[in-house]
Design a protein around this ligand. Structure first.
Ligand SMILES: Cc1cc2nc3c(=O)[nH]c(=O)nc-3n(C[C@H](O)[C@H](O)[C@H](O)COP(=O)(O)OP(=O)(O)OC[C@H]3O[C@@H](n4cnc5c(N)ncnc54)[C@H](O)[C@@H]3O)c2cc1C
Length: 463
């Protein structure tokens, strides 16, 4: 007889996003089935998290997992960026951040979820999901054994691979096309307790020491240049000519090669999506895992709410997408400011493409002309201590996107500023006459309008 489970939430994918989500939902008292296919190919053997990630780890209830496995960061950090010299920095304990062995971390996370009482199906794969986001799902082991899961909510956390059969989605935005390759080896001299980030003419290198000895390096290169010039010329040459570190002996074959392009998806059905499956940030920020945990936390609150208030599903799905989009854009801006600060290789394709990204055109100037899109009143959601509350909001006609406020500023008041074509300067002047806006500084008004442009509520044209 086929094994069957009935649960509040089925989580597909047991990496950082799925594992954290299952942890939080279980701690809320929700019944969870977590399914992982065991086929994860980790881009790089070890990954680092910035010191600020500790707060997120605590919020997800994962401090114990990190402490038990001694996932502490390195003592020294080296940077070769816009300079031919390595700038070394010794980290005090609170500056070390964290370093995880990805395979070990993901298994520990799933074991933790199981200990908390969730059902964890390892070695099972979901191939098809009901687009409405709830119902019966059949998952299969490698040997074809089926398990049926009846779920009141479904979340996809399957990582960067495209899974169009799992959830319908459109690619909403992409960063510059990037390929990434990882290699393992021993460096001379050894990079024992130090990471090194290095800009090179063809892209950048990320050296991370491995627990138990040796080092892994990931090379991030331009996809078009790689196609034109070939792997040896671009990737091998970049690593062989590193100023910061040198592998002993032959480089060998990469242990991993994949598309490393930052990407934002817009899911179009009723399934909640989190982690890299929703949006992939530029690896330069070293924050993919932290972003996966943050995405899981936000999604957990959305699921907790939708289980009690199914009528809020459209507003919660809209909220999730706006959340992913804002974080994705913030990361792109941050990565671009790093890329722009490297001036030695400005003629090379990798740097040219990333120093002039299209989205910069959307940054508002005082003469930029703004006009509100067609909008309508709709129910939106606002996060409270636990879960989300329904509030009056504005939605874009014909689109899912729907919000109530930018920070604490009501969206309808902001949209009134730009009902007719209006320059940024005029909008800032008008804000002084509006009861809901007059306390804002001009910069706060411009930042809020920029977010409305990013969210598609306002069109912008150079004046
Ligand atoms: C070269 C490189 C270096 C990086 N370095 C860092 C770094 O130093 N620090 C950092 O924070 N981030 C780094 N990242 C980013 C980080 O790896 C990701 O952001 C993070 O793994 C995303 O977690 P996730 O849970 O969303 O997805 P994943 O980690 O990809 O997990 C998805 C899980 O779902 C499973 N799965 C997939 N499909 C199915 C299915 N149909 N059914 C069941 N299970 C399924 C997979 O096997 C996997 O276990 C790096 C990325 C790259 C490419």
């Amino acid at each position: 007889m086929t094994e069957r489970h009935d649960c509040d939430c089925l989580v597909v994918g047991g990496g950082p996003a799925g594992g954290a989500l299952a942890t939080i939902l279980t701690s809320f008292g929700r019944s969870v089935v977590l399914v992982d296919d065991g086929r994860a190919k980790h881009a790089i053997a070890e990954e680092t998290l910035v010191p600020g990630a500790a707060r997120r780890i605590e919020a997800c209830g994962l401090t114990q997992v990190f402490a038990e496995h001694h996932f502490f960061g390195v003592r020294r950090q080296g940077v070769i960026w816009n300079s031919d010299e390595t700038a070394w920095r010794d980290n005090a304990d609170h500056e070390r951040g964290l370093k995880i062995e990805r395979g070990v971390f993901d298994r520990a996370l799933r074991a933790h979820v199981r200990e908390l009482g969730a059902t964890v199906l390892e070695g099972y794969r979901a191939r098809k999901l009901p687009a409405c986001g709830h119902g019966t799902v059949t998952v299969e082991s490698d040997s074809g054994d089926p398990v049926e899961v009846e779920a009141r909510a479904i979340v996809v956390a399957t990582g960067r691979g495209r899974h169009s059969a799992l959830f319908p989605a459109e690619v909403e935005a992409k960063g510059a096309a990037t390929m990434t390759f990882a290699f393992n080896g021993k460096t001379e001299p050894p990079l024992d307790d130090a990471t090194l980030i290095e800009a090179v003419p063809a892209g950048w290198l990320w050296w991370i020491p491995r627990r138990g000895g040796g080092t892994c390096v990931a090379a991030f290169v331009d996809a078009a240049e790689l196609k034109d010039c070939g792997h040896d010329e671009i990737v091998r040459h970049a690593i062989a000519n590193s100023r910061g570190a040198r592998f002993e002996g032959d480089l060998g074959a990469p242990v991993y090669g994949a598309n490393g392009t930052p990407r934002l998806l817009r899911p179009t059905g009723g399934i909640f999506v989190c982690g890299d499956a929703a949006s992939i940030v530029d690896a330069l920020s070293s924050q993919g895992v932290e972003k996966a945990l943050a995405s899981a936390e936000d999604t957990a609150h959305a699921i907790d709410t939708v289980l009690d208030h199914p009528e809020l599903r459209p507003a919660l799905l809209a909220h999730r997408h706006v959340w992913e989009r804002r974080l994705w854009r913030a990361h792109l801006r941050q990565a671009t400011s790093w890329y722009t600060s490297e001036r030695r290789f400005v003629e090379r394709p990798f740097w040219q493409t990333r120093q002039r990204p299209d989205w910069l055109a959307s940054v508002l100037g005082r003469d930029t002309v703004l006009q509100a899109a067609a909008v309508e009143s709709r129910t939106a959601v606002r996060r409270s201590a636990r879960g989300f509350q329904p509030v009056d909001g504005m939605g874009i006609v014909g689109e899912l996107t729907c919000i109530a406020t930018i920070g604490s500023v009501p969206v309808d008041s902001l949209l009134q500023l730009v009902e007719r074509p209006t320059t940024v300067e005029q909008a800032v002047n008008r804000a002084r006459e509006q009861a809901a806006l007059f306390t804002l500084t001009p910069k706060a008004v411009v930042d809020a309008l920029q977010m409305l442009v990013d969210d598609g509520f306002v069109g912008a044209e150079e004046g």
